[in-house]
Unconditional design. Structure first.
Length: 287
């Protein structure tokens, strides 16, 4: 059987008791290592689990999944996922491959906390979040702005938008690849400040008032860990904020933010007077 096991958000101790029992008995243990990362190294997982952990990069999961599924119809294979197993479509695809495999591979999924639920620590109601969007690193020649349209749809309904930030792990150096050499770039993790700056850059082009300088937002880092950070302010404020090491995410607040949400979020404000003034002017149910 293939067990797709959520690890939670922070470290080796966030795994469920059920998941830990399976990992310690499995024939092979893989750790998916490109859609998200834990805040500890693989060796720390191995020490706690008492098992060797095989890192599964994008190529292994998406192009060589038969290796992961090898003998999984007769043996137990654990596939570890940071957060919750089905927070990324990659893992849905892997489960579908199990169904299509010959012979079919039985699967079992063990859920865990993910950023999609942990973001409730900001005080913003999960009931009033709209579509989740992803923000990729801009380059000089590539600045995709499709995220803006989805945020605009959420904004029209007064919904908050969770923005998941890009990570680059084991990405090939394209210049080296053109010379026939496989060289990987150093890992990169987008920060709240980079995300806010890119949102403001696209706003300058679109000019629809969706991601303006005075739009209220909340930046989060390392949710679920002992050193988690939550900072609230305008996008302009967050573009200058330093929340420390990864992983980061950002929430753009919906205009119908309830008074109870405001009371909670303002406790994280960089500039309380400014935050309150903008909320009272532009937010809440004005109808």
């Amino acid at each position: 059987m293939l067990y797709i096991i959520g690890l939670g958000l922070a470290d080796e101790r966030d795994i469920s008791v059920k998941g830990l029992e399976i990992v310690r008995k499995a024939d092979r243990v893989y750790l998916e290592a490109y859609t998200a990362i834990l805040l500890v190294e693989k060796e720390q997982l191995e020490a706690y689990y008492g098992r060797q952990v095989i890192l599964a990069d994008r190529e292994l999961v998406e192009s060589q999944s038969d290796e992961i599924l090898r003998d999984a119809d007769t043996k137990d294979v654990a596939f570890l996922v940071v957060g919750d197993p089905f927070s990324a479509t990659t893992h849905t695809d892997l489960a579908l491959r199990c169904r299509q495999h010959e012979p079919p591979v039985p699967t079992r999924t063990l859920p865990n906390a993910s950023i999609l639920t942990a973001v409730g620590a900001t005080g913003l109601s999960l009931y009033t979040f709209g579509q989740t969007v992803s923000m990729v690193f801009f380059t000089d020649s590539w600045k995709p702005s499709s995220f803006y349209d989805r945020i605009a749809e959420n904004a029209r309904l007064g919904f908050h938008t969770l923005v998941l930030l890009d990570i680059k792990v084991k990405e090939p150096d394209l210049q080296a690849l053109a010379r026939g050499k496989i060289v990987y770039e150093p890992p990169r993790f987008m920060t709240v400040a980079q995300c806010a700056s890119q949102m403001l850059e696209i706003e300058e082009d679109r000019q629809q008032g969706v991601c303006g300088k005075e739009a209220l937002a909340v930046g989060v880092a390392r949710l679920g860990s002992a050193d988690q950070e939550i900072v609230a302010g305008t996008l302009e404020d967050l573009a200058a904020a330093d929340l420390g090491r990864p992983l980061h995410s950002l929430v753009l607040c919906g205009k119908k933010m309830h008074e109870m949400e405001w009371e909670f979020v303002r406790g994280f404000a960089k500039d309380l007077t400014k935050f309150d003034a903008i909320w009272k002017r532009d937010y809440g149910d004005k109808n």
